[in-house]
Design a protein around this ligand. Structure first.
Ligand code: AVI
Length: 320
């Protein structure tokens, strides 16, 4: 028996809409259920997935520079983070800022209250003096409500190359939404994965351990669990493709046979032709020209690029 709670209604809706498209697609937020979160932790520990190590390096080497930028005139600031995940990377900054007696409050934003509860508990264990105010809302609503809550200066964080999971037009729209709410002096730090040797990018999404394959296929397992679907995971194959011209990695699940899949919650049977694709994710890689264009089009100024030693990744500080 399927329980039609708020979350499963949203999932059913997204799946119905996605499978009506040509080519079929599923939104990448569907990756992150409990099983998907665990597989993503494994991805972040793989040597092929260079992104995490690069950003750790940047935050570790630049934490004092960032603190000085964020602190500005010394007045208290709100450190607002979208998509904090397990918070391990942000902890580098939070720990350092607390040790330096920096005056700030940390506001992680997520639509999942359980993600926020776990994050809060973990961070308070790691940094007991942290002032943390979780915001349990979709990103756009959170931006408005935080604005109304206090008049502190705002520093927004969007780390981990999460911006890459938007197609460029949507990335611009998201940054423009934040920029519209920023006052002069407010800042925004975004993590961008950079264009590089195409083989390295390809390997990050097509690892030899099969971990990213499991991450992608978990989508189908999730639909089986939550929507009563009868996908056979071994009838689909994981196929990521990096295009060095556009900088876009697209991930697909490809149907290896002609097959019908029944989805109980939708009262529908979906047909997949042999070699038909389901497009499941975009991971956009950037270059400096693309980042400058984003800044120009959203009315932001670039204060600083922070790079890792290999120039694989950059955390870019913007201000209004
Ligand atoms: C969360 N996001 C930035 C990851 C990425 O690189 O696009 C998700 C991911 N998908 C496959 N591997 C990692």
């Amino acid at each position: 028996m399927l329980i039609a709670d708020h979350q499963s209604i949203a999932i059913a809706h997204a799946v119905e809409e996605g499978f009506a498209k040509i080519p079929k697609r599923l939104p990448s937020w569907l990756f992150y259920d409990e099983a998907g979160d665990k597989i993503f932790q494994k991805i972040m520990r793989m040597p092929e997935y260079y992104l995490t190590g690069c950003e750790y390096e940047i935050l570790n080497t630049q934490k004092e520079n960032l603190r000085q930028h964020f602190t500005g005139d010394g007045s208290i600031f709100d450190l607002i983070e979208f998509g904090a995940g397990d918070g391990l990377k942000t902890e580098i900054l939070l720990r350092h800022f607390s040790e330096q007696h920096t005056s700030f409050q940390y506001m992680p934003v997520d639509i999942s209250s359980s993600v926020l509860d776990q994050l809060t508990e973990r961070l308070l264990g790691a940094v007991p003096s942290l002032s943390i105010q979780p915001v349990n809302k979709p990103y756009d609503e959170a931006i408005v409500s935080i604005q109304e809550r206090d008049h502190n200066r705002k520093v927004y964080l969007f780390l981990g190359a999460n911006i890459g999971n938007f197609i460029p037009a949507d990335a611009e729209h998201f940054i423009a939404t934040i920029a519209a709410s920023m006052e002069p002096g407010d800042q925004l730090l975004i993590g961008f994965d950079l264009k590089k040797d195409p083989r390295l990018v390809q390997a990050a999404y097509d690892d030899p351990h099969g971990i990213t394959r499991d991450f992608n296929l978990n989508l189908l397992a999730r639909l089986n669990r939550e929507l009563g679907a009868d996908f056979q995971r071994d009838q689909f194959t994981h196929y990521p493709y990096y295009d060095p011209e556009t900088g876009m990695t697209k991930s697909y699940l490809v149907s290896m046979n002609d097959q019908d899949v029944h989805i109980e919650a939708l009262h529908k049977t979906i047909h997949f032709k042999r070699w038909e694709i389901i497009h499941t994710e975009v991971s956009q890689k950037y270059d400096v020209a693309m980042i400058e264009k984003l800044a120009a089009r959203t009315g932001l100024e670039i204060t600083q690029y922070y790079y890792d030693r290999k120039y694989y990744f950059t955390d870019v500080l913007f201000r209004k």
